[in-house]
Design a protein around this ligand. Structure first.
Ligand code: ZN
Length: 322
């Protein structure tokens, strides 16, 4: 049997937002994720880059945002990772439905998918998200303090990419990115990396009738897969390039090293290294506390700070009534 060593699941998902404060309120306040890094878009330092995740920001738990204050809303559709799915314990469905009702989060009623219960919901910019209740997630729970630990989000379960058709994307996932096809339900085809645990799953949802996505706030910019080391990343890069794709050179993202390439259906894929991680420039206890800049921007700190609206973490705003 083929084992996956170079790609070990999802690393992070990066999406576009509008208001940074509303973004923090939603992901920290409402969902109980930890703000593990507050930095800027390395290519446009007047915009935050906010990273949310579990306690230490492990790969497979990291949702990141570029909140452009006045960005126009986009639309979910083909050529995008349309929905990001988080893992919750099997007994937590009622808790989350009540929480969504209490805080007026737009959501659908629970549905069945491969024998598990899924709740679709949207963040304050309309980004498509889901919770999947399951009993196979071995990851330790983390909560920011206002959500009972027993109901806490464990990290990603999967990411859903929307495609016109699946064949060429499947070939890339299977042949170059060490995934295995495991299940099918209607227009959904599921692939696993490594052991297929939550955080190691990607779904292709395909169909000619779906609209194409439009970039803007509330849409995903790219999906990153996790690779254990720089050496492994170069092997993946070589494989992807040999298959006719056009990966970027390795780019230093401070907390990981990255390559990017577009898959056949148009979704931007990234392969990011596990090391060095978010404790690279902040100790574990203080992750997300200070505005962190890459060394080459440090001399402009006063100027950059002047461009960014301050954001505050206020989980009390989302204290549960039950
Ligand atoms: Zn990324």
């Amino acid at each position: 049997m083929k084992t996956s060593n170079l790609i070990t699941g999802l690393h992070h998902v990066t999406a576009m937002a509008s208001s940074p404060q509303e973004n923090v309120d939603f992901y920290v306040g409402l969902l109980g994720l930890r703000l593990v890094k507050k930095t800027v878009n390395f290519d446009a330092p007047d915009v935050y880059h906010l990273y949310y995740g579990d306690e230490s920001g492990n790969p497979g738990s990291i949702m990141t945002f570029f909140p452009f204050q006045n960005m126009k809303p986009g639309r979910h559709g083909k050529g995008q990772a349309a929905t990001t799915t988080f893992s919750i314990p099997i007994g937590s469905v009622e808790y989350w439905l009540k929480r969504f009702d209490q805080f007026k989060v737009k959501h659908k009623s629970p549905q069945k998918r491969f024998d598990e219960v899924v709740i679709y919901f949207e963040d304050s910019d309309g980004l498509g998200l889901e919770l999947i209740a399951n009993d196979k997630d071995p990851r330790a729970p983390f909560t920011y303090g206002h959500i009972p630990l027993e109901h806490a989000i464990r990290g990603f379960y999967s990411v859903e990419i929307w495609e016109n058709t699946y064949e060429r994307t499947e070939a890339l996932l299977v042949n170059q990115l060490e995934h295995e096809f495991i299940a099918e339900e209607g227009p959904r085809r599921r692939y696993k990396a490594k052991n297929g645990l939550p955080g190691q799953v990607i779904d292709i949802v395909w169909g000619a009738d779906n609209p194409y996505g439009v970039n803007g706030s509330g849409t995903v910019h790219h999906v990153a897969f996790d690779t254990p080391s720089d050496e492994d990343q170069l092997k993946v890069r070589e494989a992807v390039q040999s298959a006719g794709f056009n990966p970027t050179p390795v780019i230093d993202r401070q907390y990981f090293h990255s390559i990017y390439f577009r898959e056949p259906g148009g979704v931007l894929f990234e392969v990011a290294t596990t090391p060095p991680g978010f404790s690279y420039d902040e100790d574990m206890e203080h992750l997300g506390t200070d505005l962190k800049l890459p060394p080459w921007q440090e001399h402009r700190r006063a100027y950059i700070e002047g461009l960014l609206a301050p954001i505050v973490i206020n989980p009390e705003k989302y204290a549960s009534a039950h």
